[in-house]
Design a protein around this ligand. Structure first.
Ligand SMILES: Cc1ncc(COP(=O)(O)O)c(C=O)c1O
Length: 388
């Protein structure tokens, strides 16, 4: 088996990297959801050749790539789609906003499962919608969906902005969960906008299930959003796609671009095509590495900070930490930033009830993860010393 290097720390300062440029130079960034790894070697090689070509005019996704995605959906998820169902986009976030623009009207209810990724949490504001929250429930076995509560919320909603795999909890909805969502959406005539951007980052042998693959009835009312960006670490290349099997829905969805949402970046197109075609072995090695980081983080938090509650992520490279029992004098994000010089994502960004939570990005070389934990430890020891 080819081995890939995920241990080398690649300096990213000075590369316009959002993660590294947003804070002062002495801060270790473990926040925004990209990874500190190089993209797969085959992707870098293809981009090098494309850059050598030297002409970067407008792009047009070709039939061969559409067919490749069709084959990929069949092979990975047993989901049969056709090439025309695919709509290329510069990102998943523009995709879910296009869907809301096209299918809702002001005052409609938008269902979300909190805590949730900030642009999903706040999407209702862009379109004058009412936010309807159906929180995931933390249990000793991980986060769980309350199907009855969800059904009641669905009755008040026009659309459900589903995030599966789920950011920030790393929850992967089971077939049973998804079937309950599908039945409820059909019963209450709700559109499902399925953000499945993390669909190739599942741990412990779990398999992703696109909700639209469950039945033709749910596919009819679903807009699925995917991208190679998270898995192959090419998010800055701004390329994603929607799968909309309902032709009328797809036409309306496409029309909601309104000249504001452009087509894809040519380098992103090349990188995505090559990633899907060739980088499976790299992705498998990445998953092993990330799972190792997840387990290491889990064990170290239990050992060093037993007051922090953490449920093992089932997917993504994000960990969701309940820091309430630390009883800090300020929000955990600002506490660790000020006293440890480490930047996590603030829990409050994922929902108003989560001010005492943190999201940690463990998509980095192990050495950086160790450094992040050391910084947390230093911050907590100085706090304990000052309280004495
Ligand atoms: C669940 C989720 N959806 C969408 C995005 C953003 O996707 P894009 O950059 O393609 O708009 C992210 C990025 O963190 C994400 O975690």
């Amino acid at each position: 088996m080819t081995s890939f290097d995920f241990d080398t720390v690649i300096p990213r300062k000075g590369t316009d990297a959002k993660k590294w440029a947003a804070y002062p130079a002495d801060v270790l960034p473990m926040w925004v959801a990209d990874m500190d790894f190089a993209a797969p070697p085959s992707v870098i090689e293809a981009l090098r050749a494309r850059v050598e070509h030297g002409v970067f005019g407008y792009g047009l996704p070709q039939d061969a790539f559409r067919q490749q995605i069709v084959d990929d959906m069949q092979a990975k998820y047993g989901w049969t789609i056709s090439p025309d169902d695919i709509v290329f986009l510069p990102g998943v976030e523009p995709g879910f906003n296009m869907a809301l623009k096209s299918e809702t009207k002001p005052g409609d209810g938008l269902l979300i499962q909190t805590p949730v990724y900030h642009p999903i949490l706040t999407a209702h504001r862009n379109w004058g919608l009412k936010s309807i929250e159906a929180p995931l429930v933390a249990t000793d076995n991980g986060y769980e969906m309350d199907a009855e509560q969800l059904d009641a919320a669905m009755a008040r909603s026009r659309a459900f902005l589903l995030c599966n795999p789920h950011n920030p909890t790393g929850k992967v909805l089971t077939r049973e969960d998804l079937s309950a969502i599908a039945a409820s959406a059909i019963r209450h005539d709700v559109l499902v906008i399925a953000d499945e951007i993390h669909c190739e980052l599942l741990f412990d042998g779990r398999r992703h299930i696109p909700i639209a693959s469950l039945s033709p009835e749910i596919a009819e009312r679903t807009i699925t959003l995917m991208s190679a960006s998270k898995t192959y670490n090419i998010a800055g290349l701004k390329t994603a796609f929607a799968i909309v099997t309902n032709a009328a829905l797809r036409t309306r969805f496409n029309a909601s671009r309104l000249g504001l949402v452009d087509s894809v970046n040519v380098l992103g197109l090349e990188a995505s095509r090559v990633a899907y075609a060739t980088a499976g072995p790299w992705r498998d090695a990445l998953l092993t590495y990330l799972q190792g980081n997840r387990d290491y983080l889990q064990a170290e938090i239990a050992r060093r900070f037993p007051a922090i509650r953490i449920v093992p992520a089932e997917s993504t490279y994000l960990a969701w930490l309940d820091c309430a029992a630390l009883d800090l004098p300020e929000a955990p994000q600002s506490f660790f930033l000020t006293h440890g010089r480490v930047a996590f994502s603030a829990g409050a960004d994922f929902g108003s009830a989560y001010g005492k939570y943190l999201r940690v990005n463990f998509g980095c070389p192990r050495a950086l993860l160790e450094e992040g934990l050391d910084r947390m430890e230093r911050a907590l020891s100085s706090f304990a010393a000052s309280a004495r």
